[in-house]
Write a protein that binds this ligand. Structure first.
Ligand code: ATP
Length: 614
C-alpha cells in the first residue's frame, strides 16, 4: 500500500475505506475538514461526505445513496495487489446514513450549521456547488425550450430541399437540421462517421439562409485539437453548402474568454452574453458540468445553441456526463408543430434498410431538441459495427466481427505481439525521420499513424509498462537508446494538464521536431496551423509511446492497438472499450483474451446525476 494514499488523520470508518482503496487521502481530508468546520463528527455522515467527494473525483455529479455500495476500488489499490471485496467493508446501515444526513449540520435544508456544503435531494447527496450548477443547467435549458423561435416555414422547406437533395425518408440528418432550425437548443448525437459535422455544416447553411449573412456564428470544442478538427471539417464543406470560407473554431475556454485573474473567471457570463447568434459545440461529451453551466449562462437566451457529440464515449475527466444526461433527460415540453410539418415525411416513414425510423421515445425527445444520427457514412464499416456491438452489449457479435478477417479489425492473443511491435517501430521511425528534417506537418501526421492504448496507467498491463516495452523495441531495432527524460527529435508528447496560456490541453498530443536553426520545438496538431512551443514552455508533458484510453478522448489515429487488462480486472468497462475502438480511423487491433473482452463489455460505468430524473 502506498503510504501517501492513506490519510494519517483518518480514523474508524474513514480509515478502513481509505486503506481499502475506496477513498483516497484527499477524500478523507476534505470530509474531515468539512466536519471540523461544520461541527459534524458522525462517522457515517463523514463517510458519506468522503464518498461524495470521491464520486465527484470519479466523474459523478453527486452520490446516489441508493447505490452507495456500488463503488469500485481506485486504480492505485488494484495495482498494489489483491483486489478488495468492497461488500465486506464495514458499511453502516443505509438508514443510519440517511438519518445521520437528515440531522446533520453539514446538509442544507437540515438544522442550521455554520457551513452547509452538502445538499440532499431525492436520495442524491451533492456538494452544494455541483447542485447549483445542475440547477442552472436545468433552468437555462427549460427556459430556452419554452421559447420556440419564429421560423419562416416556406424558407425552411426550400432550405431543407436544397441541402438534402437526394435524401430518402427517413433521413435523420435532415431531421437534425430541422430540429436545429426550429428550436433554440439542439442536441445532435451519434457515433463516429454518422455525419455529425456534415450535418452541422448544413445546419449553419440553413440558419444563414433564414437569417442572412450577418448571422454571427461561434464554433467551439473542449480541446484545441477538437476545435481544429471542427474548423477543418466545416471549411471542407463550406463551398458545397454556401458557408463563408473563413469560419474559425476555438476552444470553449477561449470562446468564453477565460482569464487568469479578474473578478470573474470568464469574460462572457450571465451578465455579459456571448456575441453570437449561433453557437456550435463539438465533442460535447468531453464538456464537464461546470463548463456546461458556464456556457449556458453565457449564451444569449435568443441565440441558437447546437451541442454535438457522442454520448456513448467516456465522459469528461471532470464531474458530469452532461451530454449523456441531456439525451436521457425526461421531456415535458410543448409540441413543436413547425418541426412536425417540416419533417412530416421523415416522421411518417417506416424503417428503411439504410436508416431506422424514429422510435416513439425518439420522437418525444425531438421536443427537447435531441436527435441521434445512426447511419454510418464512412467506408469500411466494421469499426463502426464493432463499436455498436460493444455499446449495445452484444459480445457474441463483437467477437464475430473481430474474428471475421475484415481488413479494419483484428483480435490477437496477449502473447502475439509481432504486428504490434512492427507498427510501433515503423511509426516511431517515420515520425523521427520527418522530425529530424523539420517537417512539422508530416511529423504530426506520422504520429497519428498508430497509437497504443491501455485501460490503465500502472501495473503489468498499464500504459507505463507498454511505453517501456515500446522504447525497448525501438532501441533494439535502431540501436538508439531512448532517454524519455531528455528532448529529442521525434519524441512523442502527451499533455497531462490544461495550460490555457500556452493553449495546450490535457490529452493533447504532439511531437518534438527540429526547428530552422536546428533547435528543438514541440509541435501540436492544430489543423493547417500547428502550434509550436519551446520545450521549456511545457509544464506538464510526458513522453508517450502508450497512453490510457481516457487520455485519447477527442483524438483519432489510423491504427489503434488496444491492450486489454487480464480477466478479473475491474478497470475495463464498456464505455472505455467503445471509446478506444472509436479512436481508430482505419484499423483497430484488440490484444487480449475473449474472457477479458466479454467482461469489459458487460461492465458499465454508472455516473450519478440529477439531470436524468424528473
Ligand atoms: N448525407 C451524407 N451523404 C454523403 N456523405 C456523407 C453524408 N453524411 C456524412 N457523409 C460523409 O461521411 C463521412 C463522415 O461524416 P462526418 O465526418 O460528418 O461524421 P462525424 O459523425 O462528424 O464523424 P466523427 O465523429 O468521427 O468526426 C464524411 O466523409 C462525410 O463527408
Amino acid at each position: 500500500m502506498t503510504e501517501v494514499r492513506v490519510a494519517q488523520r483518518g480514523k474508524g470508518l474513514l480509515r478502513a475505506f481509505n486503506e481499502a482503496g475506496v477513498l483516497d487521502a484527499a477524500d478523507v481530508h476534505v470530509a474531515l475538514r468539512l466536519g471540523a468546520l461544520g461541527g459534524e463528527n458522525s462517522e457515517p455522515v463523514l463517510l458519506a461526505t468522503a464518498l461524495t467527494v470521491r464520486a465527484v473525483r470519479s466523474g459523478s455529479v453527486c452520490l446516489d445513496l441508493s447505490r452507495i455500495r456500488d463503488v469500485a476500488v481506485d486504480e492505485w489499490a488494484v495495482a498494489d495487489g489483491e483486489e478488495i471485496d468492497v461488500a465486506a467493508l464495514p458499511w453502516p446501515a443505509d438508514e443510519v446514513i440517511r438519518a445521520g444526513l437528515a440531522a446533520s449540520p453539514l446538509v442544507a435544508g437540515g438544522p442550521a450549521g455554520p457551513l452547509r456544503p452538502l445538499r440532499m435531494v431525492d436520495d442524491l447527496l451533492y456538494l452544494e456547488k455541483y447542485f447549483r450548477q445542475e440547477q442552472t443547467v436545468r433552468n437555462v435549458l427549460d427556459t430556452r425550450a419554452q421559447d420556440l423561435p419564429e421560423v419562416d416555414e416556406v424558407e425552411l422547406a426550400s432550405g431543407l430541399a436544397h441541402l438534402f437533395p437526394d435524401a430518402q425518408a427517413p433521413d435523420r440528418q435532415r431531421i437534425a437540421a430541422a430540429v436545429a432550425a426550429t428550436n433554440r437548443t439542439a442536441v445532435i448525437v451519434g457515433g463516429p462517421g454518422t455525419g455529425k459535422t456534415h450535418t452541422v455544416a448544413r445546419v449553419l447553411a440553413l440558419l444563414l439562409g433564414q437569417h442572412g449573412p450577418r448571422l454571427r456564428i461561434g464554433l467551439a470544442a473542449p480541446t484545441g485539437k477538437a476545435a481544429a478538427r471542427l474548423q477543418e471539417a466545416v471549411r471542407d464543406q463550406a463551398e458545397y453548402v454556401g458557408l463563408p470560407p473563413d469560419l474559425t473554431a476555438m476552444t470553449l475556454h477561449r470562446m468564453l474568454g477565460w482569464r487568469r485573474a479578474g473578478a470573474t473567471r470568464f469574460r462572457y457570463n450571465a451578465s455579459n452574453h456571448l456575441p453570437y447568434d449561433v453557437v456550435v459545440v463539438d465533442e460535447t461529451s468531453m464538456v464537464s458540468l461546470t463548463m456546461m453551466c458556464r456556457l449556458l449562462e453565457a449564451v444569449r437566451p435568443d441565440a441558437r445553441l447546437v451541442l454535438v457529440g457522442d454520448p456513448d464515449q467516456l465522459t469528461s475527466v471532470d464531474a458530469g456526463a452532461v451530454l449523456a444526461d441531456l439525451v436521457k433527460r425526461p421531456v415535458r415540453l410543448p409540441a413543436n408543430p413547425v418541426l412536425a410539418r417540416a419533417v412530416q415525411a421523415d416522421l411518417q416513414a417506416t424503417d428503411d434498410p439504410a436508416e431506422a425510423a424514429l422510435s416513439e421515445r425518439e420522437r418525444n425527445r425531438l421536443g427537447a431538441g435531441v436527435i441521434r444520427l445512426s447511419r454510418g457514412r464512412r467506408f469500411g464499416g466494421e469499426i463502426a459495427r464493432l463499436a455498436a456491438a460493444v455499446r449495445d452489449d452484444r459480445p457474441d457479435e463483437a467477437l464475430e466481427i473481430l474474428r471475421s478477417g475484415a481488413e479494419d479489425v483484428s483480435f490477437v492473443a496477449p502473447d502475439d505481439l509481432g504486428d504490434l511491435r512492427k507498427d510501433v517501430i515503423v511509426s516511431a521511425e517515420a515520425v523521427t525521420a520527418a522530425a529530424d528534417e523539420g517537417d512539422v506537418v508530416h511529423a504530426l501526421r506520422e504520429s497519428e499513424q498508430h497509437r497504443l492504448l491501455c485501460a490503465h496507467r500502472d501495473g503489468p498491463h498499464g500504459a507505463s509498462w507498454w511505453a517501456r516495452m515500446s522504447m525497448d523495441w525501438i532501441g533494439e531495432t535502431t540501436g538508439r537508446r531512448i532517454d524519455p527524460d531528455r528532448w529529442y527529435p521525434g519524441q512523442p508528447l502527451l499533455v497531462t494538464a490544461n495550460d490555457y496560456e500556452a493553449r495546450i490541453y490535457n490529452g493533447d498530443t504532439g511531437v518534438v521536431v527540429r526547428g530552422g536553426e536546428g533547435e528543438l520545438v514541440a509541435a501540436f496538431a492544430r489543423g493547417e496551423d500547428p502550434l509550436l512551443l519551446h520545450p521549456s514552455r511545457l509544464s506538464s508533458v510526458q513522453t508517450v509511446y502508450a497512453m490510457t484510453i481516457h487520455r485519447s478522448q477527442g483524438s483519432q489515429y489510423d491504427t489503434v492497438s488496444v491492450v486489454l487488462p487480464a480477466e478479473g480486472s475491474s478497470l475495463l468497462t464498456r464505455e472505455l472499450l467503445y471509446t478506444a475502438i472509436t479512436r481508430a480511423r482505419s484499423h483497430v487491433r484488440i490484444i487480449g483474451t475473449e474472457d477479458a473482452l466479454r467482461e469489459g463489455i458487460a461492465r458499465q460505468v454508472l455516473r450519478a446525476s440529477g439531470l436524468r430524473r424528473e
